[in-house]
Write a protein that binds this ligand. Sequence first.
Ligand code: NI
Length: 187
Amino acid sequence: MSLLPIRVLGDPILRKETVPVREVTPELRQLALDMFETMHAAKGIGLAAPQVGRSERMTVIEIEGHQLVLLNPEVIERAGKVTWEEGCLSIPEVYAKVDRAKTVTVRAMDLDGKEFEVAGDELLAVCLQHEIDHLDGKLFLDRLSLLKRRAAMKTWDEEKDQYPNFIRIVVPGQESGDDPHGDDERI
Ligand code: NI
């Protein structure tokens, strides 16, 4: 396995629509493993392919030891409303409260090429919606009011110079040491 560089806000790939996966190849399976490893090192719970510079419509999620690989995921049901403090591995140190559906059902394909459905509530629902947004070229910042987005961008302006060429190199064991936010907010 290998750690992948994470693309941060400003890299155009984060704004591109992804391409549906037609076939599960050994290379794609390897990518999933590398994405899990990268996500663990960055202490996050979700990571989408564009965040590691790829265009596949694919995301990985791990919550409380439960791993999910979702190919071509789409939300087929949503209900309720929840407000969650979200961060993103591609916008380090920036957090804001985002309104989302409280429960969602998502249909996707797994690494065996089989279709499945997953229903999520609260954190899992938020994570699924956040990752599917990534696959559509959207970021949580887009869902904030103008005022909140301005405040978030002000924080980012102080952070972004640490990431030349919009690349974040994750060092295992050195991430988020003094970050007061919980792992369940980096998605
Ligand atoms: Ni994210």
